[in-house]
Ligand binder design. Structure first.
Ligand code: AMP
Ligand code: ZN
Length: 142
């Protein structure tokens, strides 16, 4: 399979690797929103969140928290000031902006006054009844 992140995991193409264990690898994004932008990759190829086994998913957020904490410190040096915030986001499917079809979580340092990552306009429910009906439909599927 011609997957750029599989090649990174297998060290077939270079990356700035921050951390790796048996299941996960953390790299710096080559085209960062801001300096320090990281990606947590699964070592196995999973297209997106729907394919990642639940036990592995539970490992990802603690690692994201650790990386985000480290970013708070290191970004002072490379951005000349403390970052003001961090986005943690993960795209699933082309319609959601996923360009590389191999599961990855973005950890993105943000400066004060920047435009939000999610810039889409919001929609409205037709009514509170519609909103509650949708909430109920979702609950029934839990
Ligand atoms: P997404 O749009 O969520 O699929 O994000 C894909 C991310 O992968 C983008 O932020 C790219 O900048 C990043 N990316 C693509 N190729 C590489 C690479 N060779 N090394 C590091 N990051 C990459
Ligand atoms: Zn892959």
């Amino acid at each position: 399979m011609d997957c750029i992140f599989c090649k990174i995991v297998n060290n077939e193409i270079p990356s700035t690797t921050i951390f790796e264990d048996d299941n996960l690898k953390v790299i710096l994004d080559i085209n960062p929103v801001n300096k320090g932008h990281m990606l947590i990759l699964t070592k196995k190829h999973y297209n997106n969140i729907f394919d990642v086994p639940e036990p592995l998913l539970t490992n990802i957020y603690p690692l994201a928290q650790k990386m985000a904490s480290i970013l708070k410190t290191v970004t002072q040096k490379y951005n000349k000031h403390q970052i003001a915030g961090i986005n943690i986001m993960q795209n699933n499917g082309a319609a959601a902006g996923q360009e590389v079809s191999h599961f990855h979580l973005h950890i993105i340092p943000r400066h004060a006054g920047e435009v939000g990552i999610i810039k889409v306009t919001r929609t409205k429910y037709d009514s509170m009844d519609e909103m509650n009906a949708m909430g109920n439909d979702i609950k029934e599927l839990l």
